[in-house]
Design a protein around this ligand. Structure first.
Ligand SMILES: Nc1ncnc2c1ncn2[C@@H]1O[C@H](COP(=O)(O)OP(=O)(O)O)[C@@H](O)[C@H]1O
Ligand SMILES: [Mg+2]
Length: 295
């Protein structure tokens, strides 16, 4: 059965799509059968792995969500053997409205997955930059979620709202939803501010933050225009190294958890969001302008 992971943050431009595409490709390279679900009407993830828009205009995630076709018909192979994608285009923007009138509108994705989850080891969902019905569908269908976050001023802004949404989903739809971790993205090691923010987030959030930090790397920004994940574009780049490390960290975390000795089992998942939310005020005291931390 697939482990289903939602890459979510309602902020745009934090690295959700870059992380979804490249994490999925790296898991596939590790011979994990991986499906990327592009749940953003902008369709950037679909284009990033080289699918031509007209090949999937009639059969994509939109048609599967509104029940026109089985999701299997909306799945396409990528260049990599273990890596499939269910693409999206701007039709999906309408789904948010069309779904409202449907019965079990928040479970459409979850139900669609029933027919395919045995075919994959990982399903990665690239969420849109909102907390609307598409993201609710993703969080209802997922086993866990990852929060990509830039090491920038105002990185925490919106985090409380995001965690509140997760709490509501947990209470109402998906009690087993877990946080895989916060993923720091676009990190520039030459920037004092980035170092400061990364250190503060790691110090405050501890194990909740992935050890792997994604650096700012021009190859990651270039590869979508070549229709390739970074490992096929430049395997020696820092971007490739980072996403391979992230895939490894995720696989090992999962193995560790399944072996029954995980820290996550000591800390019930239901309290994780509360713990993080309690930490946010102390992070807000960082005076980024003066690059000092107020005690
Ligand atoms: N680590 C990185 N280094 C350089 N550019 C990046 C990196 N991650 C993302 N980008 C670029 O930043 C922009 C926003 O990233 P994207 O993954 O699309 O964010 P989101 O999906 O959260 O909106 C894109 O142009 C992308 O190519
Ligand atoms: Mg995106």
């Amino acid at each position: 059965m697939a482990k289903i992971i939602a890459m979510m943050n309602q902020k745009g431009g934090v690295g959700k799509t870059t992380s979804s595409v490249n994490l999925a490709a790296c898991l596939a390279v590790a011979e994990k059968r991986t499906l990327l679900i592009d749940l953003d009407p902008q369709g950037n993830g679909s284009i990033s792995i080289g699918l031509a828009k007209d090949t999937f205009a009639q059969k994509n995630i939109y048609h599967a969500l509104i029940g026109q076709i089985p999701i299997k018909e909306a799945i396409y192979h990528s260049e990599l053997p273990c890596f499939d994608i269910c693409p999206s285009d701007n039709n999906l923007a309408g789904a948010e409205i069309e779904l409202v009138s449907l019965i079990a509108r928040e479970s459409k994705l979850k139900n669609a997955f029933r027919t395919i989850e045995k075919d994959y080891d990982y399903i990665i969902i690239d969420c849109p930059p909102s907390l609307g019905l598409l993201t609710v569908n993703a969080l209802n269908a997922a086993h866990s979620y990852i929060i990509p976050m830039q090491t920038e001023y105002l990185a925490m802004e919106g985090l409380a709202q995001l965690l509140n949404t997760v709490k509501i989903i947990r209470a109402s739809l998906n009690p087993d939803l877990e946080l895989d971790g916060i993923l720091l993205t676009m990190f520039d090691s030459r920037s004092g501010l980035h170092k400061q923010v990364a250190n503060e987030i790691k110090t405050h959030f501890g194990d909740v933050v992935f050890n792997t930090i994604i650096p700012r790397n021009v190859k990651l920004a270039e590869c979508p225009s070549f229709g390739k994940p970074v490992i096929l574009y430049d395997i020696e780049s820092k971007g490739s190294e980072a996403y391979l490390a992230l895939a490894k960290e995720l696989i090992l975390k999962e193995r560790f958890k399944n072996s029954g000795s995980s820290k996550q089992e000591e800390t019930p998942a239901a309290t994780e969001e509360d713990e993080i939310m309690n930490m946010i005020p102390s992070l807000e005291n960082i005076n980024f302008d003066e690059m000092t931390v107020e005690q």
